[in-house]
Design a binder for this molecule. Structure first.
Ligand code: KIV
Length: 622
């Protein structure tokens, strides 16, 4: 069993990053001075380098008013989040409509300018999710007039574009994003179209999108990173004339190097007729691990919309990650000429956690900014430096991305802690929970506290994801009883009691090769949905024999009626896979919860899709 220490031991902050001179190219060293180090506070070094980032300063700069094809402030960079589209199409990342709505609400809190809410033509469920996000999140205007643009993806065909418009039109600021491939390899083998036909299709489909009443149309020449330059200038010039307001330049296969991608953006800016009337955007895949670097180079070359995803999730190796791009822009303002975004970075950590839980795509511990080790200082030398001065090894204060520092002296929750203390700690961790959610968490918390002296933040996060970040229950776990026989002889036996949503109790018993296997087989006997278990993993949230175990499973339904989705870029129809997580101090209970969570997610999809008016896949192809 792998032990993952999720909660780095961090030293409490006693002051805050602040850099009063951020507009100067010669940046004043503005380190944070812990009270214990006040004797250093008179030191001021001149440096050409940024030595720390300050999250509070950019909020002084207001987000310019939204106009689709123009940004009043040349330093402002729009953040276009495609977690719910490109991110959700990663294998196993399927989210239910409710989960997508939760993520969209959280993205609005984060302050992203544009939410790409999905690919509405992919399935009925995708359509409904985009529509729900457009209707709710796309109309929640805040006191400053901010409301995110809600965008739907479509291939360059009338059916897709109409579906996208039907879904996003409920938003205050709706956008259609349409794309067609422009590289020689894609045009020859995938589209089987001539250059002239591709230009003609792009031009007429942008016009079609505008004719529906959509005033905000984004166009992407797919695989621009491998497309002929002159051809790009030509097609982009044509779609501008046809009414496109944003031109997005994707490095679809993640093959460009940073300087090369920067050059591409600069060349497009210099050579495309009418480019001054649109916003240039980047979309960098991460196949060579260069997506963040490429995105930043794109911004330096003139792109003012950056397409990113939370945690960098996405097709294959993923996309540029929002948290990396936003914090790199902030830390690198002295290099980028003070580019800034409207992101409220304090919401980064919680958004990252939510996406991790809902998609089941777990972060590697060393993931920049949001990984469990991102702010952990293990080595003696580093710890010594940190104790003397945090600026020695820390360029960003964890609080700036919404990560609470904890240490032994912080609040300790234990079995005597009450609801109030629990709620307060959850609020400090960034969770806004309803009373009934706190109530049910409280009983789970009490059960853990009975067995553990100290309930840590990592334990609490595991409980929240088990209790709150779950799909609507179709099946609930009643009880499990096991007769465990370990070793090479004999079989384990499990009896499982499940409660269905109509309140009925179902009991089944099965043998299996081990306790988890027998419990899963007993569940299969009750639920009667043939599924394949694709992945199973378990982590201990904290160290020690009394740790909470979190389990993650990935399943694929095997029945004919299984929900399918159409992949935007390839047009292929694929079976969805569903992840589920569970937490508990008993490893079998944790495993069973994860399996039921995945089944509930899958059954939730089947319910929505059974009422779906099916669109023939063949008619969706370009
Ligand atoms: O990677 C890609 O090219 C895309 C486009 C649709 C923007 O996702």
């Amino acid at each position: 069993m792998a032990t993952v220490i999720r909660n780095p031991l961090l030293i409490p902050s006693t002051s805050h990053h602040h850099n009063p001179n951020r507009n100067s190219s010669s940046v004043l060293l503005a380190l944070r001075f812990p009270q214990t180090s006040l004797r250093h506070s008179s030191l001021q070094f001149k440096s050409r380098f940024a030595v720390s980032c300050c999250a509070s300063e950019p909020s002084l700069r207001r987000r310019p008013p939204y106009v689709p094809n123009r940004i009043a402030d040349p330093s402002y960079v729009r953040i276009f989040d495609t977690t719910l589209r490109d991110g959700e199409q990663s294998p196993g990342a399927s989210m239910t409509s409710k989960e997508k709505l939760d993520v969209a609400r959280q993205l609005a809190k984060l302050g992203v300018d544009i939410i790409e809410a999905g690919f509405p033509a992919a399935s009925k469920d995708d359509f409904e999710a985009v529509k729900a996000i457009a209707s709710e999140v796309g109309n929640a205007v805040d006191d400053d007039g901010y409301v995110p643009v809600i965008c739907g993806l479509s291939r360059c065909n009338e059916n897709d574009i109409r579906r996208a418009w039907e879904a996003v039109k409920y938003a205050k600021r709706p956008r259609i994003h349409t794309f067609i491939a422009t590289s020689a390899i894609h045009m020859e083998y995938k589209l089987r179209m001539s250059k002239e036909k591709v230009i003609d299709t792009a031009r007429s489909m942008v016009k079609f999108a505008r004719s529906l009443g959509c005033e905000d149309v984004e166009f992407s020449p797919e695989d621009a990173g491998r497309s002929d330059r002159e051809f790009l200038y030509e097609i982009l010039g044509e779609v501008i004339k046809a009414g496109a307001t944003t031109l997005n330049i994707p490095d679809t296969v993640g093959i460009n190097l940073p300087s090369e991608f920067g050059r591409l953006i600069a060349d497009i800016k210099a050579n495309t007729p009418g480019i001054e009337n649109v916003v240039i955007s980047t979309h960098c895949q991460n196949d060579l691990g260069l997506s963040t670097a490429n995105t930043i180079e794109g911004a330096r070359a003139g792109a003012r919309q950056l397409e990113v995803t939370i945690n960098g999730i996405g097709e294959r190796a993923g996309n540029a990650s929002l948290e990396e791009v936003v914090m790199a822009l902030r830390c690198g303002a002295h290099v980028t000429g003070n580019l800034y975004t409207g992101i409220n970075t304090k919401h980064i950590f919680l958004t990252s956690k939510m996406v991790e839980e809902y998609t089941g795509l777990q972060l590697q511990p060393h993931k920049a900014l949001v990984g469990a080790n991102a702010f952990a200082h293990e080595s003696g030398i580093h710890q010594d430096g940190m104790l003397k001065h945090k600026g020695t090894y820390e360029i960003i204060a964890p609080e700036d991305i919404g990560l609470e520092r904890t240490n032994e002296a912080g609040i300790v929750l234990g079995k005597l802690s009450g609801r109030h203390a629990l709620r307060k700690r959850l609020e400090e961790l960034g969770y806004e929970l309803k009373d009934d959610q706190v109530q049910s968490l409280f009983w789970r918390f009490k059960a853990v506290a009975e067995q553990k002296k100290r309930v840590t933040d990592a334990d609490l996060r595991a409980l929240v994801s088990d209790e709150v970040f779950q799909a609507e229950p179709v099946w609930k776990l009643g009880d499990i009883q096991m007769q465990v026989t370990c070793g090479t002889l004999g079989l384990s036996t499990s009896t499982v009691k499940l409660l269905s949503s109509d309140g009925r109790t179902h009991v089944a018993c099965s043998v299996g090769t081990g306790p988890v296997d027998s419990a899963y087989k007993a569940i299969d006997l009750i639920v009667k949905e043939p599924v394949t278990l694709l992945e199973y993993s378990m982590n201990a949230v904290t160290e020690g024999i009394d740790a909470i175990a979190t389990t993650r499973v990935l399943i694929r339904a095997d029945s004919e009626t299984t929900t399918t989705t159409t992949r935007a870029l390839t047009g292929e129809t694929v079976l969805r896979t569903f992840s589920g997580t569970g937490a508990g101090m008993d490893v079998v209970v944790s495993s069973v919860k994860a399996y039921i969570a995945a089944l509930n997610k899958m059954l939730g999809f089947k319910e929505t899709d059974s009422s779906a008016e099916k669109i023939p896949i063949s008619s969706l192809k370009i």
